[in-house]
Each structure stands twice: as structure tokens, then as C-alpha cells.
Design a protein around this ligand. Sequence first.
Ligand code: NAD
Ligand code: MG
Length: 401
Amino acid sequence: MSTQSVTLLGSTGSIGRSALDILGRHPDQFQVEALTACDNWELLWQQCQLYCPRQVVLVDTQAADKLQQKLRQSGPEVEVLAGMQALNQVAASPRSTIVIAGIVGAAGLASALAAVRHGKRVLIANKEPLVMAGRLFMTEARLHGALLMPVDSEHNAIFQCLPDGYWDIVSEREAGIKELGVTKILLTGSGGPFLAWSYEDMARATPDAACKHPNWSMGRKISVDSATLMNKGLEVIEACHLFHCQPVNIEVVIHPQSIIHSMVAYVDGSMLAQMGRPDMRTPLANALTWPQRIDSGVTTLDLLQLTELSFSSPDERRFPCLRLARSAAERGGTAPVLLNAANEVAVHAFLEKGCRFTDIPKIIEQTMERISVQDDTELSCILEADHQARVEAHKALAELL
Ligand code: NAD
Ligand code: MG
């Protein structure tokens, strides 16, 4: 196999660090072209020592200056770029064939889209851009010959349980996944840290408690999304785009052990599941080299050590975010954009102790009630809806206080 050049957007995050761990295990197969971060220049400096990228980007210009100085004193020769625009530049650069989209939130949309528009293998962990603009991503991928590889563990599991080449079949025919004999996609989720908590206890939950996920170690935004079950809601929307299906085709199943990462049920009674330890290096490795497989550093499950695999339905009364996301998915158009933007504002406020955990769905619901949904999903319309929803969500937040 020839050496592939990889650009990693969001290298200092949880996904970014897992991805670098895999790349470091296969120096003969991968070389690092560019790394990017928001402002954590110290960690980016350490990553420069270990992985010697040709370029790095820091969105924060002061952080970029500090890294520049530090690299001049000691460190490899690396070109340091600054600002949001530079993210798009490295994502689009013809020097890399693989781009890993590991930025969190809508902030990663433009760079992930730039990589798709340049026909790369794009490993998409950053789910928010897919939630906002999934149709656009799928159309552009087809147009530019990009390979959009699902990294979110559930979507990577579904990808592994569908037949190869499913996309050409489902995207061209009305019947969608039915054409493949699929009756249902079962999207599993652990239920998060508050699975057994009462509503009253959740109303008093601290950011640290919400970020203490029982099985996965992740960034703080997705950890809160896992605690509200908004993460599952976003994943339903993400799956509708990646697998060309409708919300009704997707059932959310609570599976607290996080061993089965999702399942696909077929018309003949077969149900295929992908199992493994809850470690993002498995889906990342699969997405990096599919259809080949490489060592990810994750050991095989020891089935004899498993005491229980249990499944239940989610409680949408205690976790209203799942209901809100499902209705946004069913409404379509810009509804998921509004949902995502209001959620980003509300989660950020909760993490900064600006509202209660149980206020998150209230802020989202109020935002969505105040803005009319557009059917147009052109990029300009998506960005306008995102902006409007952030303004309304801040108003809804202020009214709570
Ligand atoms: P994280 O907070 O740990 O890391 C985020 C990365 O994005 C960091 O490198 C940070 O510097 C960068 N970043 C943050 N804000 C930015 C901005 N405004 N502009 C440019 N860069 C910015 O997040 P994470 O847990 O690694 O998650 C990344 C994405 O992957 C999210 O969309 C998340 O939903 C998705 N995801 C994560 C996991 C996981 O296990 N962590 C699993 C599935 C999906
Ligand atoms: Mg997931």
C-alpha cells in the first residue's frame, strides 16, 4: 500500500488524539500533512514533535504566534497558519488524500465541505455539519467523487453491517434501503450518565456530572449531548443522510454496556450487529483503510468477560431532546439546523453554568417555535437559519434567568 497523506482537523480533541494514535502505529502507511486546533497551542506543539506535520493551523491568532515562537526555539520546521479560513485551505489542499473531520460543532462545516468538494476520503466524525447540511454533503460527495466514511461509532457499525456499494443502490432508487432487504436500522446508545436519574436530580446536575460518561471518553459538548440523549437525536438525522433513509426506518435502542454499536435488520429475519470495545480507534481505523483492515490498538472483546447485554426503549419524557430531534428530522428542511444551533448555544450555556441541565430542551423548543422552517437547503439558507437560531436561543436563555 502506498503512503497516504492525512490532514487532521481538530487534532487536539478526543477524536483527533485517537486518530493520531492510529497514524503513529503505521508510519509506513500514513504521513501527517496538516494538524489543526482552535487554541490549544501547547498540545499542538507536542503533536508537532511527534508527528512532524508540514503545516498546522490555529484558529486563534495569538495562540498561533505562541506556537510559532516555540517552534523557532525548539521543534521541527512546520508552517504555522492562523484563522478560520486557513482550515478550509488545508482541508482543500491537494497534498493530502485523507481528511479527518474531528472539529466539534457547526464550526467544522466549511472545512469538512471543502474536503468533500476536493474529492478526498473524508472521515466524518464531526456530526453537526451532517445534521445541518447532510443532503448537500451527500450530493457534493457524489459530484466530486469523495468517499464520505462514517466515523461516529454507530454509523460506522451500520456501514459495516450494510452490503458493500450500498450507496449506489440506495441513492438511486426511491425504495432506498428497502431495496437491500433492510427492514430497520437499530441505533444503539448507552443512555448516558443520567439513564437512571430522576428529572429532579437532573435539574440539579453539574457540568462535571454530565460529562462523566459511563463508557466513552469524549469532548465536553458531545458528553452533554449524550447525557440529554440529544446525541442519539443528532445521530438519527445523521443516519438518515448517510444511509438514505427516513426517521421511521430508525429505532433507537438503549444498550447501557456499549458493546453492540448498532444493528441492521433484514427481511429474512437476519440481524447483523457490529460489536467491539467502546473505543473510537476501531471506527477510525475502519474508516481510514476500508475495505482493508489495520491494527487500531484496540484489543478484541473477551466475550467470556461480558456478564450482560441488555436493551430497552428510551424514555422521551425524561429526555425530551430525543423527541425534539425526531420531530426536526421528520420536518426536514432547515428544522435540523435550528435544532443543532439552539442545542449548541444551550449546551455551551450549561457548561458555563449559565443554565440548568433541564433548561437545555426548553431553550431548543422555544427557539424552534419562534423561527419558521425553510424547505430550501442551499448552503446560504442553512447558514442564515443557523445564525437566526443562535440569536433566538440566546434570547430564550436570557428569558430563563
Ligand atoms: P473535542 O472537544 O474533544 O475536540 C474538538 C476539536 O475541535 C479540538 O481539536 C478543538 O481545538 C477543535 N475546535 C473546537 N472549536 C473549534 C472552532 N471553533 N474552530 C476550529 N476548531 C475548533 O471534541 P470530540 O469529542 O473530539 O468531538 C469532535 C466531533 O466528533 C464532534 O462533532 C463529536 O460529536 C464527534 N464525535 C466524537 C466522538 C468521541 O468519542 N469523542 C464520538 C463520535 C462523534
Ligand atoms: Mg455516536
